[in-house]
Design a protein around this ligand. Structure first.
Ligand code: GLP
Length: 247
C-alpha cells in the first residue's frame, strides 16, 4: 500500500484524477470504479477540466459506482446517481450505455443486488476510487466481524447516518439502508485509490496506516489486501493521523 501526502486537499483531488487519466489514456475503454461524497468532488472537477482543456476522451470509458442509498431514486438530490450526474456524467463525454448504476429505488432490491453482483463478476474494474466514512467504512461496508465479499443490502450504522445527515435537511431523512459493493469487488480492482481529508477521518486513517493487517472492524483496511493500493491524503490529515493525535 503506497501513501501519498499532498500539500492540500485540492492537490489530493488532482493527484487522484491524474491517476485515473493515466489509466484512461492507456486503456480508452477502462472501467472506472466511482465513489461519491465531498472527498471525491475535486477528483471529478479535475477530470472534467482534463476533458475540456486537454481532450481527455471518455467516449469508450465505462463506469460503475460503489454504492447507493436504498429508497432514493436518481432524481433525489441526495442519491448517488444524482451526485454522479451533477459532478461527472454531465461534465464529460461518457456514453449513457457505459454507465452502471445501482437502482436504489428498485421495487425488488434483492434482484438489484443480484444484478450488481453479476455485473461485478463479469466486469473487472481497472481503477477504483474510494472515500472513507468516519468509522472507516468503504462504500457502505460498515465495521463487521468478517469481511463480506459480495455486493448486498446493508443496514447503515448510527455513526454513518449521523455523519451523512449533513447532506439532508435532518437526520431522519437519511436512508437507513443501502446497496454496496462488497470487498470482493474492491480487491479485484486493478488499482484502488483511497482519498480522504479532514479531522473526522484522522482516527480511521491513523489505524489504517499503523496496522499492516486487514481487519473487518476497520473496513478500509481491505486496502491491505489490494494488489495496487494507494492512499492519498493531505499534510494536515497526515499530521492529525499520527499516533497519539487521532481520536
Ligand atoms: C458515504 C459513501 C462513502 C464515502 C463517504 C465519505 O458514506 N457511502 O462511499 O466514502 O460517504 O463521504 P465524504 O467524502 O463526504 O466524507
Amino acid at each position: 500500500m503506497e501513501l501519498k501526502v499532498t500539500p492540500s486537499f485540492e492537490q489530493s483531488g488532482i493527484a487522484v484524477a491524474e491517476m485515473f487519466a493515466k489509466v484512461i489514456r492507456q486503456k480508452p475503454d477502462a472501467l472506472l470504479g466511482c465513489a461519491t461524497g465531498s472527498s471525491v468532488v475535486g477528483v471529478y472537477r479535475h477530470l472534467a477540466k482534463l476533458h475540456r482543456e486537454e481532450g481527455l476522451d471518455f467516449s469508450r470509458v465505462r463506469t460503475v459506482n460503489l454504492d447507493e442509498y436504498a429508497g432514493l431514486n436518481a432524481e433525489h438530490s441526495q442519491s448517488f446517481a444524482y451526485f454522479m450526474e451533477e459532478h461527472f456524467f454531465s461534465q464529460v463525454n461518457l456514453k449513457r450505455e457505459n454507465i452502471y448504476l445501482v437502482n436504489g429505488d428498485s421495487p425488488d432490491l434483492q434482484a438489484e443486488v443480484e444484478r450488481f453482483n453479476r455485473f461485478l463478476a463479469e466486469n473487472p474494474i481497472d481503477i477504483l476510487m474510494v472515500g472513507i466514512g468516519t468509522n472507516g467504512h468503504i462504500g457502505f461496508n460498515e465495521p463487521e466481524n468478517v469481511f463480506s465479499a459480495k455486493a448486498r443490502l446493508v443496514q447503515l450504522e448510527d455513526a454513518t447516518i449521523q455523519a451523512n445527515a449533513r447532506f439532508f435537511e435532518n437526520e431522519s431523512q437519511v436512508p437507513r439502508r443501502a446497496i454496496t459493493m462488497g470487498t470482493q469487488g474492491i480487491v479485484s480492482a486493478g488499482t484502488v485509490v483511497l482519498i480522504a481529508s479532514g479531522q473526522s477521518k484522522a482516527d480511521a486513517i491513523g489505524q489504517l496506516l499503523q496496522n499492516p493487517n486487514a481487519d473487518p472492524m476497520l473496513p478500509c483496511s481491505i486496502m491491505r489486501l489490494c494488489r495496487d493500493a494507494h492512499v492519498v491524503i493531505d499534510e494536515e490529515l497526515h499530521r492529525a493521523a499520527q499516533p497519539g493525535k487521532a481520536g
